[in-house]
Design a protein around this ligand. Sequence first.
Ligand code: SF4
Ligand code: SF4
Length: 377
Amino acid sequence: MPALAPCRDYAPETVYQALEAAIAAAGGLDWVKPGMRIGVKLNLCTAKKPEAAATTHPAAAAALTKMLTERGAEVVLGDSPGGPFAAPLIHRLYEVTGLQLCREAGGTLNDDFGYTEVDCPEGKALRRFACVDWLRGCDAIINFCKLKSHGLMGMTAAVKNLYGAIPGTYKSEYHYRYEDPMRFSDMLLDLNEYIRPRLCLCDAVEIMEGNGPTAGTPRHLGLILAGEDPYRLDRLCAALLGIKEREIPYLEAAKRRGLLSPEEAEIAALAAPYALKDFRRSGATASWFARSEEDKGLMKLLKSGMYVIFRSRPAAGKDCVGCGKCARDCPAAAITMRRGRADIDRRKCIRCFCCQEFCPTGAMKVRRSLVAKLAGR
Ligand code: SF4
Ligand code: SF4
């Protein structure tokens, strides 16, 4: 079972105690041995200050680093967000997101930007992929995610965080290759099964709602979560946000593959005292009509039709500054710059919402279809 611990704020002592309590309830750290090299995969999706709630908070990451170094482990922390996986960009990311706190706590910030093509023979959707070397070289991996709304998947927490095991420039290609939300989900599950983090943690002290995962609004939830596997931890996250599991394609896919044990009621009860009733989602509807392999005939047709009618689309708002980042990153080459604004070719767009995720000003928003608005969804 995953566990949670209340955490009022990011004051070093408070967050250390909350993390310690959550980890102890989820099985503890006795597996950590002196000299072990532990990779901590953070969520560093964008160069924003910690108060934007877009990235794993540095005080939480530093508290974990302290805990692990006290046990004699060697700790290396990092991530590979969208864009080039290269020293200048990643060093800036470390600086802006406040990760010097982890250095002060005895950890090392990853400086290895290599990657290797690895085979994933058990994969259902992913058989071979480019994996970052810094994670491959560790004795154990801790997945330390951030809880946020997400356009394509409904929310992002532990399962989606491991997408950062793929170097940034490859991610666009994978979005294109796994265009369907269920295929993308199967790819994410294959990644999680390949990497198999030893422990999963979630910074849910200040979460993000609305235009997530990079440009939404911070909201206080006041929790640190811990669990031995990413699927059940994310089930707990979904219950806390009040999102139905069937609306999160990768949880639906995990259930189908037998990766989620039948303890839904216990997890819902654990979440109940803290669960939000009015969490604002990203606005995207991609995850509502997640298709299942069991869907046949009329149901398959119906879901496909509903998906087309209800699906959301990205659109640049009037605060677009014309930087062109979305046009460079779009995996479908669907964006061109016209009169200083991003213009999207709807026929080419695959609704991956990368442009929304990586727009530095938050100008790229997810727009609901007219039908979805009228239906009140
Ligand atoms: S990334 Fe954002 S600000 Fe830059 S061109 Fe695209 S929509 Fe405009
Ligand atoms: S326009 Fe945006 S949502 Fe559409 S394919 Fe490009 S990056 Fe993805």
